[in-house]
Ligand binder design. Structure first.
Ligand code: FES
Ligand code: FES
Length: 164
C-alpha cells in the first residue's frame, strides 16, 4: 500500500480590497476563489463552472482580470486583489455598478459580480471604443440569462462616466 504523504499546507496573507487577511494552514490545492469565499468570507465572487469557462469568479489581481477558480491562493500572496465587495465607497456605488443597475444589466445576478469586475478592467484597459470592442473584451464573461445587450450598454455608459 502506498505511503500516505502529508498534504502541503501554508500560512498565507492575502491582501483583498486593501485589507490584509491572515489565513492559517491553507492547502496548496486551494483556489483563490475558494479561499476568498470560504476562508476570507467574501462570497460576492461567484462560483459558476469552477473550470475557467464562465467568468463568474472574475477578480482583479494587481489591476488585471483573473479567473479566481483557475489560480491557487498560495500564488497570490504579495499581490493586490480586488473583489466586488471593494468597489463601492460607503453608500456610493462605483460607476460600473451604478450603470448595471440603471441599465438593468442582470436577471438572476450570478454572473454579475464577475461581469462588473471585468467591466472595470475593460474600461481601464481602454477597450470600450465600440459595442463590438466591448463585446470582444467582455467575451470571457458569460451570462446564461442573456443580458448581453444591457451589459454592453452599461459598460459603454460607465466608460463615459469614468472618463468624465
Ligand atoms: Fe471561474 Fe467559471 S467559476 S470561470
Ligand atoms: Fe443570470 Fe447573467 S444575470 S447569468
Amino acid at each position: 500500500m502506498p505511503e500516505a504523504r502529508p498534504r502541503a499546507v501554508a500560512d498565507l496573507v492575502l491582501e483583498v480590497n486593501g485589507k490584509r487577511h491572515r489565513l492559517r494552514a491553507v492547502e496548496a490545492r486551494v483556489t483563490l476563489l475558494d479561499a476568498l469565499r470560504e476562508r476570507v468570507g467574501l462570497t460576492g465572487t461567484k462560483k459558476g463552472c469552477d473550470r475557467g469557462e464562465c467568468g463568474a469568479c472574475t477578480v482583479l489581481v494587481d489591476g488585471r482580470r483573473v479567473k479566481a477558480c483557475l489560480t491557487l491562493a498560495v500564488m497570490q500572496e504579495g499581490h493586490s486583489i480586488a473583489t466586488i465587495e471593494g468597489l463601492a465607497r460607503d453608500e456610493e456605488l462605483h460607476p460600473v455598478q451604478e450603470a448595471f443597475v440603471r441599465r438593468d444589466a442582470f436577471q438572476c445576478g450570478i454572473c454579475t459580480p464577475g461581469q462588473i469586475m471585468s467591466a472595470v478592467a475593460c474600461i481601464e484597459e481602454g477597450h470600450t471604443g465600440s459595442e463590438d470592442e466591448i463585446r470582444e473584451w467582455m467575451s470571457g464573461n458569460l451570462c446564461r440569462c442573456s443580458c448581453y445587450p444591457n451589459i454592453v450598454d452599461a459598460v459603454a455608459d460607465a466608460a463615459k462616466a469614468v472618463r468624465r
